[in-house]
Design a protein around this ligand. Structure first.
Ligand SMILES: [Fe+2]
Ligand SMILES: [Fe+2]
Length: 349
């Protein structure tokens, strides 16, 4: 077997999102999942999910599957050579040769980061949090903000492994978005306690700083799997409340409930269902932000031809992805595209 001539630098890499059928592929990819199975005839084969930061690529290894399977684990980067084809409307890779990549891989190949600037998001979050007037809640927010170890994790953590904001800086991006919604919605509904809702929006997912690990790959920590971010969030809150001597008990109970109920239903891992206005609002805002981000990412990554997306298993439906006809926004996008192409093909370009 000859070694695959792969290049593992990001400037030479074939990105998963750009792969077309019938393409020869050689390069480095992260192994997200690995399963050794047997065909009906009893021949072993390997099913892999390979990935880079632009997406996942299902792959199969038909030859020497058992021997090759022993060479690497899930979470490893492997160097492969293979060819793409389509299977059930999706691009799939048949791997001819592979071996573990033993050098330090270029993290830029695998680690997706929030499209928004992290220091900028931190400043915006501080601006929203500055709207909180209650002295106890202000003191609590400041305690979190001054905890450098915590904030270092908070600004880098993902908000999920896959679905919404599943990239570095995702937790900060999601938290900022829910805090902004909380401020706007409590201006719209004066019955909501704005200070409480903004503080809870800031704290609702802090447990994710311990639920996930991130490096080459986002994954659950053991603590994340066994305890989960909701209960971890209450533990982190209680740790901070322990050093605030005069924090009212009633307010502490409200905050605990806000964290414990933010997933809304028992079916979605919520230990409690929302039982007062702000808790109900927080659940709806969290759900809105997660779903808009998750669906938008799904539609952006969709490679199905035509106006409809591939079937979305989470929402259990197909989505219409063609632009809304005749609106100003669509026209503006069209003009930008025409200008861009004009520049690309102009003789001076
Ligand atoms: Fe959550
Ligand atoms: Fe959340």
């Amino acid at each position: 077997m000859t070694e695959p001539s792969a290049d593992c630098r990001s400037d030479r890499h074939l990105w998963v999102e750009n792969l077309a059928p019938d393409t020869r592929v050689s390069g480095c990819y992260l192994v997200k999942s690995k399963k050794l199975s047997t065909t009906r005839n009893g021949n072993p084969f390997l099913s892999l999910t390979l990935a880079d930061k632009t997406g996942d690529l299902p792959a199969k290894v038909w030859d020497r599957a058992e021997i090759l399977s022993d060479l690497f684990h899930e979470g490893d980067v492997i160097e492969i050579a293979g060819k793409t084809d389509t299977y059930q409307g999706q691009i799939q890779l048949t791997v001819f040769t592979l071996h573990p990549f033993t050098e330090r891989p270029d993290p830029d190949l695998f680690v997706e980061t929030s499209p928004f600037d992290i220091p900028g998001m931190m400043r915006s979050l501080r601006t929203v949090l500055n709207q909180v007037r209650d002295i106890h809640l202000k003191a609590l927010i400041d305690l979190f903000w001054k905890d450098r170890r915590f904030m270092n994790l908070f600004r880098k953590a993902p908000a999920a492994k896959n679905f919404h904001h599943g990239y570095l800086g995702g937790l900060l991006e999601h938290t900022l978005s829910v805090c902004r919604l909380a401020a706007q919605v409590s201006d719209h509904y004066p019955a909501l306690n704005k200070d409480l809702l903004i503080t809870a929006a800031f704290l609702h997912d802090v447990g994710k700083t311990r639920e996930f690990s991130w490096g080459m790959n986002i994954d659950y920590t053991d603590e994340g799997r066994l305890v989960g971010h909701i209960v971890l969030g209450v533990a982190i809150l209680d740790e901070k409340l322990g050093s605030l001597k005069y924090f009212p008990d009633e307010l502490a109970i409200r905050l605990r409930h806000l964290i414990l109920s933010h997933h809304g239903q028992y079916d979605f891992g919520s230990p409690k269902e929302p039982k007062f206005l702000e808790a109900f609002a927080l659940h709806l805002l969290d759900d809105l932000d997660a779903k808009i981000n998750g669906l938008h990412r799904f539609m952006e990554r969709d490679r199905q031809e035509g106006p409809w997306t591939d079937f979305n298993r989470m929402f259990r439906k197909f989505f219409l992805k063609s632009p809304v006809p005749g609106t100003r926004e669509t026209e503006e996008k069209r003009e930008t595209e025409i200008n861009r192409q004009g520049m690309l093909f102009s003789p001076n370009a």
